[in-house]
Write a protein that binds this ligand. Sequence first.
Ligand code: SF4
Ligand code: FES
Length: 254
Amino acid sequence: MNLTLHVWRQPARSDEGKFVTYAANEISADASFLEMLDVVNESLTAKGEEPIQFEHDCREGICGSCGMMINGIAHGPLGGTATCQLHMRHFKDGDEIWIEPWRARAFPVIKDLIVDRSGLDQIIQAGGFISVNTGSAVEANTILIPKAVQERAMDAAECIECGACVAQCPNGAAQLFTAAKVSHLGLLPQGQPERNDRVVRMVEVMESMFGSCTMFRECEAVCPKEISVDFIARMNRDFIAAKFRSWKTESSSS
Ligand code: SF4
Ligand code: FES
């Protein structure tokens, strides 16, 4: 198939960006979206032009590095799919495709389609871990976890930190990402000792960098792992409960 691409080109964070139009010719319907960009980049390189810079690693929906806006939708039109898993058979011959970097104030452009997602790392650094010396792995059945709890925790743990939820949200909010990370630890027995401190620290760092959630639910619609906004309600409940407990402790000790 032959396509026309309008790609956001921006040499550096401090430079002005603009859309540049490229022809993507003889693209196989079985190619992935990233492979289509590889083909375009090969022709740009052959002509001595700067290839389009985009981030990628696993190319199988695991690492979360490949996000971009495709026709205004984070990770493209398919839903439940990372950009690397989107195939060209979902487009038609002759289509025009607009490709942009993630759109969020908290994700400044580094170059072309690559953005700085370190704001998400800062939320994890605030509490997305369990502070114990684990030593070697314990025997699998030492800590029994009901199947329903384990599956719910796994639903949250599927988050790949891609940032699509932030990019699609009109407020640039990171609630779905933070809720997934808070919940996958907060649901398991190993996460209970730090549960209150964790949710407060992570939410406070999130609020200092990202927008507020007003429940547009655009995050849920574009999440490649289809993480539910129910986790946001769960995080908010945990946050309020943790704040109430710390207020009660402070007022009883004063
Ligand atoms: S919640 Fe979904 S969209 Fe947001 S970072 Fe995690 S995987 Fe990506
Ligand atoms: S390249 Fe790893 S999720 Fe797409």
